[in-house]
Design a protein. Structure first.
Lengths: 236, 231
């Protein structure tokens, strides 16, 4: 299997309702470093990830994966997980079934994935009655079972308490350790530092800055990112 | 008046054969029609909800409008189809219970399809990104959502059943209200009331209300239990 990375975005723009949300973004995502997408509300973080993942089609420009079958070899975890009204494990086996995994292997792969996120003991419980933190871990288990080459996470802990956030962070690190490329947006600078190797800073739909984590945090180069990090309003 | 009610109750309580034959046929016709309309209407509604095709808005408007089809018009339409000179006249179905099932299916199909379309569309808005991310598209997406909201869809099916069991016009026209063959609760109530035989009419009316109430209670309990069980 050839790798689907690097992912190339060439002059990608996206507009909705006559408003430009992403404007002429060009960047290359390589395998390896965990990439954190930072930016204020409305900067275009979620839209950029959806363009990369293929949930949105760019209105101009091109999103190009390197290898064949890229669609199946990436997964996305959303801010609010959507679970089907069936057991936790059935939500994972459903994803495996869609991905074309033979029936005989689904149960074992799903059980492994649930163990990985610490949900093995609730495998038979209906997914929708799990707590918010458990549901998000279940979403991660669903992704884990698919062994994606790239995992997109759109503010995965924005609606979770600190305890659940720590658990999710640990799982994201496990993905990284297993060789999955992490691309995550977050509002938490602490989380960005804990999990990221590099930062892409978006401002009004454009990439204002891209830097390794150890350079970005002491002193961002762009004035917008500097203001953001200091907690100042960029228009203040 | 009181006498009529008492006599009506007596007919129900004594399991009057004539009365229960009529009740049995009514249930058989309406349940068959609703089953058929459900099998056709749920996939149809889901396809319209999830599909993206030209003229979709027009289809939705027409479907919603068809929910209000007058039963007599449906009866007339099916009558023309099944009458000796009609395109399906060869089948000889006019004035049989089958003709009544066909008429009620036509009447109820838009109700079930339109309500299912609305429910699936609302659910699809919630599920779409997640399902597309997993690589689920088209028919599989529609079926996944249908199955996931199956308990909410009971409401659509019940609305159809309520319509089917309550209507007079369609079954009257295509069934002909023939004693012992195509006489159902509603047509009997209409006929007996005009003849002045109030006890039978009242007895049937009470049975009709009791059945509708029982079905709705059962559906409510199923839905409620499912909600607590699956979230």
């Amino acid at each position: 299997m050839s790798a689907i990375l690097p992912l190339r975005l060439e002059e990608v723009s996206f507009a909705a309702g006559g408003r430009a949300i992403i404007e002429r973004v060009s960047l290359v995502l390589e395998a390896g470093p965990s990439t954190i997408i930072l930016g204020a509300n409305g900067a275009g973080k979620s839209v950029l990830m959806r363009l990369m993942h293929g949930l949105l089609a760019p209105t101009a420009g091109r999103v190009a994966w390197s290898g064949e079958g890229a669609r199946r070899r990436q997964a996305m975890v959303f801010q609010r997980p959507v679970m089907l009204r069936r057991s936790a494990i059935a939500n994972v086996t459903y994803a495996l079934e869609v991905a074309g995994v033979p029936a005989a292997e689904r149960e074992r792969l799903a059980t492994d994935a649930l163990s990985e996120v610490g949900l093995r003991n609730v495998a038979r419980r209906p997914a929708r009655v799990l707590s918010g933190g458990e549901q998000q871990r279940l979403a991660l288990a669903r992704a884990w079972a698919l062994h994606p080459e790239v995992l997109f996470l759109d503010e995965p802990t924005a609606s979770l308490d600190p305890g659940a956030t720590r658990e999710v962070d640990t799982i994201i690190k496990a993905f990284d350790a297993a060789g999955t490329k992490i691309v995550m947006s977050t509002h938490s600078l602490g989380q960005a530092r804990r999990l990221g190797d590099e930062v892409i800073f978006l401002h009004q739909g454009r990439v204002a800055e891209r830097a390794p984590m150890e350079k970005f945090f002491p002193q961002p180069a762009s004035p917008e990112a500097a203001a953001f990090v200091k907690g100042e309003l960029p228009w203040g | 008046m009181l006498d009529a009610i008492v006599s009506g109750l007596r007919l129900v309580a004594t399991l009057d054969l004539r009365l229960w034959e009529i009740v049995g046929l009514s249930l058989a016709v309406s349940l068959s029609a609703v089953t058929l309309a459900t099998l056709l209407g749920l996939p149809l509604g889901a396809a319209i909800a999830v599909g993206r095709f030209a003229g979709r808005q027009a289809v939705i408007v027409v479907l919603n409008a068809l929910m209000g089809l007058p039963p007599v018009v449906v009866g007339l339409f099916v009558y023309l189809l099944l009458s000796r000179a009609g395109p399906l006249g060869e089948l000889g179905l006019l004035f049989t219970p089958q003709a009544m099932v066909i008429a009620q299916t036509v009447l109820v199909l838009p109700i079930i399809a339109a309500l299912a379309r609305q429910s699936v569309e609302d659910a699809w808005r919630e599920y779409e990104e997640q399902l597309r991310s997993l690589g689920v598209e088209g028919v599989r997406g529609a079926l996944t959502v249908l199955w996931d909201i199956r308990f909410s869809l009971l409401t659509a099916v019940l609305a159809g059943l309520g319509r089917a069991s309550a209507e007079v016009g369609a079954v009257m026209i295509v069934g002909g209200n023939i004693d012992g063959v195509t006489r159902v609760m509603t047509t009997t109530i209409a006929l007996e009331t005009s003849k002045g035989d109030l006890p039978l009419a009242l007895g049937l009316g009470m049975v009709l209300i009791a059945i509708v109430l029982a079905l709705n209670t059962a559906a409510h309990l199923v839905k409620d239990t499912a909600q607590r069980r699956f979230g």
